[in-house]
Design a binder for this molecule. Structure first.
Ligand SMILES: NC(=O)c1ccc[n+]([C@@H]2O[C@H](COP(=O)([O-])OP(=O)(O)OC[C@H]3O[C@@H](n4cnc5c(N)ncnc54)[C@H](O)[C@@H]3O)[C@@H](O)[C@H]2O)c1
Length: 461
């Protein structure tokens, strides 16, 4: 048994020189002074979009941090400070002082806090795939010691910690959660590429199995964030918070996508309407329609709730409908190209289409669940020749430049609002003979295109 548990150390118990505890502060209270507990070792399991910034932030705040990742390419990228989409200040921090990342779970043995940040995808039938969490839990468990705190940051459905994560940790370690070690869940909310809402500034929620684990976990996050930490009543409710947040986004996007498809028939520009509605200072939250919802979160997380609720006897009709609408947007986008070409007497099967943008959102290189790939497949299934271009994803682009992608294309689709595509003037397309432009992100100036005689189709405009 450890002479001093992580809780005791972070709280400064038995260590008069240790940091002042926040454990005595009232639940859900706001910030006060909390010096970082420099004695604590932190192991971060999975150094991807979520784990790496967290590891670097904790290190910058004085923790001794080591990473663990099963992917050698990821470890090499961290070693070389060559990680895509990583905030420039973190890249610089990696250059100045490399982060130790191992392929084995040895760092767990000396860690007071172990934070698991592995992916939680869905399978082909949209069933949650928790195998990476299970694998990580087994290997963490085998190396766990008494007094440690294990925090799960991955997005999961409610019940995952109690029903899956903790039983595996207990079995692999031979220890008892709540008695020998603590478990908490603090769902990550990071928004890669966001310069305003950086990891440090985003408020967090945390839930845990015991008061002690909750205090320690909340204390840890308060020591690294400049934002508030909200303590939840239970770990299950903390898990539910994250799927609710992303389901909320999915439903709202589905609503504006539905409006876009409706308004295009009614001759109303949905983007003008949404700008108007957004002037209401309360009760309306602006979301934008688009050619599809991508990324590792929004198209995935609602299924975690849908499937878990179904297993427990509830059918999420609203959420399922939102998924159906959003999953239909790539096909809708292709239909815009198809009808545009038809009106010029052409068909997709004798046309060449330039697909601009492969990543799921602007100015990042993350391709996971990106609608661009479905758009490409649909176009090709209809016989179109498709050329792709994305500066952020050169390996997946079939051309090396915008000019090469557009040369001789009959139609173009802007599928990602990267800075190099947003606001492109019509001359860029017209000069290369492109006659149909589908603006999948409503990021071009429609009026300019109409004036230039290009057949422009936006999503609902
Ligand atoms: N990407 C985001 O913007 C975002 C935002 C909020 C929450 N999340 C959630 O955070 C979790 C992680 O997502 P991510 O985007 O960081 O994924 P990622 O793929 O970028 O990184 C995960 C890392 O975990 C590693 N890994 C996988 N299994 C492992 C194991 N058993 N042991 C050690 N390492 C392992 C992978 O090699 C990878 O490097 C997911 O649950 C996701 O839903 C992601």
């Amino acid at each position: 048994m450890e002479a001093q548990s992580a809780t005791e150390r972070i709280a400064g118990k038995d260590d008069k020189k240790g940091p002042k505890s926040r454990i005595d502060k009232p639940r859900n209270g706001q910030e006060d002074e909390h010096p970082p507990p420099r004695l604590l070792n932190v192991a971060v399991v999975g150094v991807g979009y979520v784990g790496l910034p967290l590891a670097l932030l904790a290190r910058a705040k004085g923790y001794r941090v080591r990473g663990i990742d099963i992917d050698e390419r990821k470890r090499a990228a961290v070693r070389d400070a060559a990680v895509a989409d990583l905030d420039a200040s973190f890249t610089e921090a990696l250059r100045v002082q490399p982060l130790e990342v191992s392929g084995h779970f040895g760092p767990v043995r000396s860690a007071n806090i172990v934070i698991v940040c592995v992916p939680t995808p869905v399978d082909d039938e949209h069933n949650p795939d928790l195998s990476l969490i299970e694998g990580a839990a087994r290997r963490v468990g085998r190396n766990l010691h008494q007094g440690a705190l294990v925090i799960l940051e991955s997005t999961v459905h409610p019940g995952t910690c109690d029903e899956i994560f903790i039983p595996i940790l207990e079995k692999a370690s031979g220890l008892r959660a709540g008695k020998d070690f603590g478990v908490a869940h603090c769902p990550e909310r990071i928004n890669p590429g966001d310069k305003v809402w950086t990891i440090e500034r985003i408020p967090r929620v945390v839930g845990a199995t015991t008061e002690k684990a909750l205090s320690l976990a909340a204390s840890f996050y308060r020591s690294i964030l400049s934002a508030s930490v909200h303590e939840m009543e239970s770990i299950k409710e903390a898990e539910a918070v994250k799927v609710v947040e992303n389901s909320f986004r999915d439903i709202n996007i589905a609503f504006v996508n539905e409006l876009a498809m409706s308004f295009s028939k009614l001759g109303i520009d949905v983007s003008h309407v949404l700008s108007g509605a957004a002037t209401k200072p309360f009760g309306f939250l602006l979301h934008q329609p688009g050619c599809g919802v991508g990324g590792h979160c929004i198209p995935v997380d609602p299924y975690y709730l849908i499937r878990y609720a179904k297993r427990n006897g509830f059918s999420h009709r609203f959420l399922s409908l939102a998924r159906t609408i959003n999953e239909g947007m790539p096909a809708y986008t292709v239909s815009l190209v198809e009808t545009g070409l038809h009106s010029l007497g052409r068909t997709l099967s004798n046309s060449s289409v330039a697909l601009l943008g492969l990543s799921y959102k602007a100015n990042v290189s993350d391709l996971r669940e990106s609608p661009s790939f479905e758009i490409k497949e649909l176009l090709e299934s209809k016989g179109a020749r498709v050329r792709t271009f994305d500066e952020h994803a050169p390996d997946r682009s079939t051309t090396h430049s915008l000019a090469e992608a557009l040369d001789g294309a009959d139609a173009a689709i802007v599928a990602t609002a990267h800075a190099e595509f947003a606001g492109l003037p019509p001359s860029v397309f017209a000069s290369r003979g492109v006659r149909v432009v589908v603006d999948g992100r409503n990021c071009l100036q429609k009026e300019q295109y109409l004036r230039a005689g290009i057949l422009y189709r936006g999503i609902g405009r």
